[in-house]
Write a protein that binds this ligand. Structure first.
Ligand code: MIC
Ligand code: SF4
Length: 805
């Protein structure tokens, strides 16, 4: 699509693009003396003074007490006047905000696509500080050393590509073995009051340090990387009031496993979860990160905590004392890092930490929550396996020093009684810093002494990179993990493996029994002499008493890498791992006419739409990875998985039929039920359908990140106005939009809805009403064919103009 210079001018006004070459934080007004930090901390400290100035403007307009999340988010709004004036205070859940995030983090699997898209925009460097983390592509099998070597050998092309992008554009590169994105972000970049985007759904982990950190697809990250304001509908705020204090076997994980049961996987959609109450001050910073991390599992936009002394201690322990001082000052002088007195939440849930018991969630969905005291009964009632087959701890959710030290205290007790784990036990440290510190403090020896396998500092089994050799595919078995997600087949590729999520402490206690009904709060184990004994509740330190070890310094990238314009980014044209992106075609300007390729039944997460595991290797190659599109989805009409039918009744694998219809020039749509696209931020779940000819997804409801990803890639996401209409449409039906053009021309306004005409193969016809949530900018993305087409042409035009001057 070509954009005329007048249009471009108008677009630029509406987007307020940051000029090329101005790299730094969202705002450039200088920090006042009280919040100033030494130069090496500059790009890691939010521009507090500027944020406070903007917040004052917001306050003038809204004139009401604000919650903490509102303060941080709204002070990152590009233009408060434009965003808030004349809205009668109706902001939450209604107003689209244009935001300038302070920083971006990307993990290797999603960074490939994010950077391939960024490259098409023709910029010399990123507009905000950014980091790349190599964590998802590392297999867990034989232990850290061997696995890391093997994974680097297999993935070197991708790692080299990411490293070269880092060099060219001045992005910090954290290589394989350095750690998991969210743990590294917490240790280095998250700061109270920061706003950041991450190309991973668990980016909200950084909320444990009081940031507003939001998981997005790569195209959204490109907004921030190019200095284009990033758009978000102002979330509602769910207040979670914590009272009391955790004790005994209960851990921070139980706050969120319990909350997931209350809210379900959809309950947080459209909300930021903001914790408050006196219980907050009793939690460690990393414990709060665990709670925020798994807020992704209830669909929340993000989660955050007010400033606590434990945050100050953690910042100081992670060698960021001056940032801690600045945060303390901005909070003490201006109360910036806590909610205003009298601030109102849209909903409040109260949790008493003192009486919270451990919870175990699963299988197959993170919100099926059972208190430990009822778990034995649930195992029997549901005929879940009575024996445990493996215990795994770590992942970005639970790999802090505190987690590891509490786990070590349990393993040590068992050792003293001469008892060994009954099932394989795996540990993934979250970062090189954690690995080195637990080694230094003797925990690693304790784990190895118990026969545990310590895997590389990476995602490993959590993302299906678990080369498991003790079970066969199809074998029903139960594992306990301290991870956050437990979708079918996620960890070992076996759809019959039931992953139950819980705290690392409970995983560890259970491996010594091997019995799924074991409850360490009341059940006994037998020691080496045949005597009964009970495990004492775990003990541990919040932070290492002798400080964090940095470990292998080779992993540490320069703090503020400068772009090297001459650096070459090489993508071989014969590679099956990486391929440069061809822009999608712009909108044809006609109503859409397409056929129903598939009606999906039941849960359809991004793991169903774009499977990980073995497919992770194709993340940088759109054509190759698209062969996995929707292979996990169940056909509503036949109950089969990965089966779709052509007009003549011939059955195909789902991507095969997509490829066939694409070659015939036939556009298609997929129908689905609730929370379509639940789970990860992976934008391949939007890119692949688009690449294979998908134009629209029609479902009962969407998960937030996925809905945005579809919009960014030029796919129209619609929801049924009446969800029963799902039953009126059959496979292969023809669907025509009747007022899409009107909606596009009216900048989204056809009362928020689009009318569809459905003609089933049996000739029956239906007119059905649907809803859309397209903002003005998102409509421009749709017209341009994708957000990147739109931003890219804007950027190239701007560049051309600057060169002329
Ligand atoms: C996950 O936990 O599901 C992942 C793998 O980290 C994903 C990211 C991806 O699919 O690239 C996420 O959470 O966003
Ligand atoms: Fe990695 Fe698992 Fe965390 Fe996703 S949830 S970032 S796969 S450790």
């Amino acid at each position: 699509m070509t954009i005329s210079s007048r249009n471009l001018h108008l677009l630029r006004l509406s987007l307020r693009v940051r000029p090329i070459g101005t790299r730094g934080f969202a705002s450039h007004s200088s920090d006042s003396i009280s919040f100033s930090v030494p130069v090496e901390f500059k790009t890691r400290t939010p521009p507090y003074a500027a944020l406070l100035t903007r917040l004052d403007k917001v306050r003038e307009i809204l004139n009401r007490p604000l919650t903490l999340a509102e303060k941080i988010l709204y002070s990152h709004v590009v233009d408060p006047e434009e965003a808030f004036a004349g809205k009668n205070g109706q902001i939450r859940g209604e107003t689209y905000l244009k935001l300038n995030p302070d920083r971006v983090a990307m993990q290797d699997a999603s960074a490939q696509m994010a950077l391939l898209q960024f490259m098409t925009c023709g910029m010399d460097s990123t507009a905000v500080p950014a980091s790349i983390h190599c964590d998802h592509l590392i297999v867990g099998h034989d232990g850290a050393e061997k696995d890391l070597k093997a994974s680097i050998a297999v993935n070197s092309e991708v790692f080299d590509f990411l490293r070269s992008c880092g060099r060219k554009y001045g992005i910090q590169f954290w290589g394989p073995g350095s750690g998991i994105i969210h743990q590294i972000v917490l240790e280095n970049f998250s700061v109270p009051g920061l706003m950041m985007l991450g190309t991973d759904s668990h980016t909200p982990n950084a909320g444990g340090l009081g940031a507003i950190a939001i998981g997005v697809g790569g195209a959204d990250a490109v907004d921030a990387l190019t200095g284009t304001p990033w758009e978000l509908k102002a979330p509602k705020i769910l207040g979670v009031k914590l009272t009391g204090q955790l004790n005994g076997w209960s851990a921070p994980k139980d706050v969120i496993t319990h909350l997931a049961g209350v809210l379900t996987v959809r309950g947080g959609t459209g909300y930021i979860i903001e914790y408050f109450g006196e219980g907050v001050q009793t939690l460690s910073c990393t414990g709060m990160a665990t709670i925020c991390n798994m807020g992704a599992e209830v669909g929340a936009t993000t989660s955050t905590f007010p400033y606590t002394d434990s945050m100050r201690r953690y910042l100081t322990a992670t060698r960021r004392g001056p940032i801690a001082d600045a945060a303390s000052a901005v909070n003490n002088l201006h109360g910036y890092l806590r909610a205003d007195t009298g601030a109102e939440y849209d909903q409040v849930i109260e949790i008493n930490l003192s009486s919270l018991e451990p919870h175990i969630n699963g299988p197959f969905t993170p919100d099926l929550s059972t208190p430990l005291s009822q778990f034995g009964e649930a195992v029997q009632k549901n005929s879940w396996p009575s024996k445990l087959s493996a215990g795994l701890i770590g992942s970005c959710t639970n790999s802090s020093y505190q987690d590891m030290s509490r786990v070590a205290s349990i393993v040590q007790q068992a050792k003293e009684r001469g008892v060994k784990p009954k099932v394989p036990f795996f540990i993934t440290p979250g970062s090189e810093q954690i690995r080195a510190t637990i080694e230094n403090d003797g925990f690693t020896d304790v784990f190895l002494g118990a026969g545990a396998k310590v895997l590389a500092n990476a995602c490993g089994p959590c993302i299906g990179q678990w080369a498991r050799d003790d079970t066969t595919k199809g074998e029903i078995n139960a594992i306990l993990t301290s991870f956050n997600r437990n979708f079918r087949a996620r960890n070992d590729g076996n759809p019959a493996t039931m992953n139950f999520l819980t705290s690392p402490e409970i995983v560890t206690a259970m491996i010594y029994s091997g019995d799924m009904a074991f409850n360490p709060l009341k059940d006994k184990l037998i020691d080496a002499n045949g005597n009964e004994f009970m495990l004492e509740p775990p003990q541990g330190d919040e932070l290492p008493p002798t400080g964090f070890q940095q470990g292998d310094l080779e992993y540490l990238p320069p703090i503020d890498p400068k772009p090297v314009q001459s650096a070459e980014v090489v993508v071989s044209s014969t590679s099956d791992r990486l391929a440069l992106l061809e822009p999608f075609k712009p909108f044809e300007g006609r109503e859409l006419k397409m056929n129903v390729l598939l009606k999906v039944k039941g849960k359809c997460t991004t793991d169903h739409i774009s499977a990980a595991g073995a497919w992770l290797k194709y993340k940088g190659h759109l054509e190759n990875i698209s062969n996995n599109t929707l292979i996990g989805a169940m056909n509503e009409e036949t109950g089969e998985v990965n089966k779709a039918y052509d007009f003549d009744g011939t059955g195909y694998g789902i991507p095969e039929l997509m490829i066939k219809w694409k070659s015939e020039g036939r556009s298609w749509t997929v129908l689905a039920e609730h929370n379509y696209g639940e789970g990860s931020a992976r934008e391949h779940a939007a890119l692949s359908p688009r690449f294979l000819g998908g134009r629209m997804i029609l479902c009962k409801s969407f998960a937030r990140i996925h809905e945005t990803n579809l919009k960014k890639q030029g796919v129209l996401p619609l929801t049924f106005a009446d969800e029963d209409d799902y039953n009126l449409v059959n496979g292969c039906a023809t669907i025509e939009t009747l007022d899409l053009l009107q909606m596009l021309n009216n900048s989204g306004d056809v009362s928020g809805g689009i009318t569809l005409k459905v003609t089933n193969q049996d000739g029956s016809e239906h007119i059905i009403k649907t809803k859309h949530t397209m903002s003005k900018d998102q409509i421009e993305f749709f017209k341009a064919g994708s957000a990147i087409n739109y931003i890219g042409s804007l950027r190239r035009h701007q560049r051309g103009q600057e060169q002329q001057i």
